[in-house]
Design a protein around this ligand. Structure first.
Ligand SMILES: Nc1ncnc2c1ncn2[C@@H]1O[C@H](COP(=O)(O)OP(=O)(O)O)[C@@H](O)[C@H]1O
Ligand SMILES: Cc1cn([C@H]2C[C@H](O)[C@@H](COP(=O)(O)O)O2)c(=O)[nH]c1=O
Length: 238
C-alpha cells in the first residue's frame, strides 16, 4: 500500500483520500486553478500571497517552480518577496513528489506552482489527478503565450483541464498606453519571431542579450518597441 496524506486516514494511495484540510476545518476544494497573465503582471506576487494566506490557516503546502528567473529553485516576485521552492524537473512525476512527502509523514493540503507554463502536459495531468483523487488544492501561475504568441504546451493543458481560469487583473501597459498581452522577445532593438520556446530573461533592461517587453497586439505585430527603444537604438548607432 502506498503512503497517503497523514492529515487523513486513507486506505489507499492517491485514490479514496478524504478531506485533506479536515484537520483545521478548512474545507478542501480539490480544485485545479490557473492564474495567467503576461510577464510582470503580478503572478508570482499572487502565488506568494495565496501561500501565505493558506499557511496562516494551518494548511500545509508545497511551493513548486520550473525555471525561476532568479536561477534558483524559488518563487520570486518583483515586489521583493521570495520563497524557496522545489524545482519541477522535466521528468519529475508530481504525484511521486507528493507521495514522498506523505511517506515522510508530512501533510500536503495544497500546491502552489509558479512558471507553470513550463510544465509538460503530462505534469499538468498529474496535478489534475492530485486535485481529483487526493483532494489537493492546486494553484498554478504562468504565462498563457510565448514570444511567438502561441500557447505554451503546459498552459494549453491547463486551459483544457483547470476547474478555474483566472486572468490576472493588474494590467501591464504597452508603451502606447493600451493594455499589453503579448510577451515580445527583444534582441538588439528587434522583436524576435523565431527561437527556442524557453529562454529565461527579464522585462527590465539588464546586461542580458535578450529581454522581454510586453506590448499590445498592434505593436507586437508591427514590432514597434516605442520611442524609448528607438532612441536607445539611435544612440547605440552613433
Ligand atoms: N516598486 C514597486 N512598487 C509597486 N509595485 C511594484 C514595484 N515593483 C514591482 N511592482 C509590481 O509587481 C508586479 C510584478 O510582479 P511579479 O509577481 O514579479 O510579476 P510576474 O510574476 O507576473 O512576472 C508589477 O506589475 C507591479 O505591479
Ligand atoms: C514569453 C516567454 C517567456 N519566457 C520566460 C521569461 C521569464 O523567465 C519567464 C516568465 O517570467 P514572469 O514571471 O512571467 O515574468 O518565462 C520564455 O522562456 N519563453 C517565452 O516565450
Amino acid at each position: 500500500m502506498e503512503p497517503t496524506n497523514p492529515s487523513t486516514d486513507p486506505t489507499d494511495a492517491l485514490s479514496a483520500v478524504p478531506a485533506a484540510g479536515a484537520h483545521r476545518g478548512a474545507a478542501p476544494t480539490g480544485r485545479l486553478r490557473f492564474f495567467f497573465g503576461p510577464m510582470d503582471c503580478g503572478k508570482s506576487t499572487l502565488a506568494l500571497q495565496i501561500d501565505h494566506n493558506q499557511a496562516r490557516q494551518g494548511r500545509a503546502g508545497l511551493l513548486l517552480v520550473r525555471h525561476d528567473r532568479s536561477g534558483a529553485p524559488a518563487i520570486s516576485s518583483r515586489m521583493g518577496l521570495a520563497r524557496d521552492a522545489l524545482e519541477v524537473h522535466e521528468d519529475l512525476d508530481v504525484r511521486d513528489l507528493v507521495r514522498h512527502r506523505w511517506a515522510a509523514g508530512a501533510r500536503v493540503d495544497y500546491l502552489v506552482v509558479d512558471e507553470a507554463q513550463f510544465l509538460s502536459p503530462a505534469q499538468v495531468d498529474q496535478l489534475a489527478e492530485l486535485a481529483d483523487d487526493a483532494r489537493l488544492d492546486v494553484y498554478c501561475f504562468g504565462l498563457a503565450t510565448d514570444f511567438r504568441s502561441t500557447l505554451f504546451p503546459g498552459s494549453r493543458r491547463l486551459f483544457e483541464l483547470a476547474d478555474e481560469l483566472n486572468a490576472i487583473q493588474v494590467e501591464v501597459l504597452c508603451w502606447c498606453g493600451h493594455p499589453g498581452r503579448f510577451n515580445a522577445r527583444v534582441h538588439d532593438g528587434d522583436v524576435l519571431r523565431a527561437g527556442d520556446t524557453v529562454l529565461v530573461a527579464d522585462t527590465a533592461p539588464t546586461t542580458d542579450e535578450v529581454r522581454y517587453q510586453v506590448l499590445c497586439r498592434q505593436h507586437y505585430r508591427t514590432g514597434d518597441l516605442g520611442p524609448a527603444a528607438a532612441q536607445g537604438r539611435q544612440l547605440s548607432l552613433t
